[in-house]
Design a protein around this ligand. Sequence first.
Ligand SMILES: [Fe+2]
Length: 191
Amino acid sequence: MSDILPEAHPLPPTPPIPPGWEAVLVQCVAAVRTRYRLRWNGLHGVGHWARVLENGLRLATATPGIRADVISGFAVLHDSCRHNDLTDPGHGARAAVLVRQLHDEGILPLDADGLALLERACRTHTGGRIPEVPTIMACWDSDRLDLPRISGIEVRVDWLGTLCARDPAFVDAATDRARRRVFPYRHLFDA
Ligand SMILES: [Fe+2]
């Protein structure tokens, strides 16, 4: 009998980063690192951004019309301007300002529609009605699907917008990754 045991709960492969966006995300992370006020590996830090990226790219893969470039930018920027790990209602608006700044500096190669989507997704992601724009809806979903990283918190399916995110199997898989603090795409954040 073999003494090599199968890995417990092997992780499925992560979806690919959109073409050209690995370098973009590395530059965004470097820009954020110089100004981030909280613990880099904290509750709203890089592990969370990485799981939001995986959730979002899975939603983009499964749903026609969702912009994977906007999803990717949202993952690494939406919590980048937090001043605390609690409510901080202004952090989305501050992130939207940073999005515009990074675009103006040539770091975020988004067209006008993509820039508007990313600004709006960041500015509004802290609450309100589920948006009717699929890409923004997926940005919000990708974030909310990682809430179970907080002990005792479950995903609220009625807070999710996309059909794919509402699938119980999708919620279960994201919950498992959140609880296990899985850290995908780590190379983007260690560069
Ligand atoms: Fe978040």
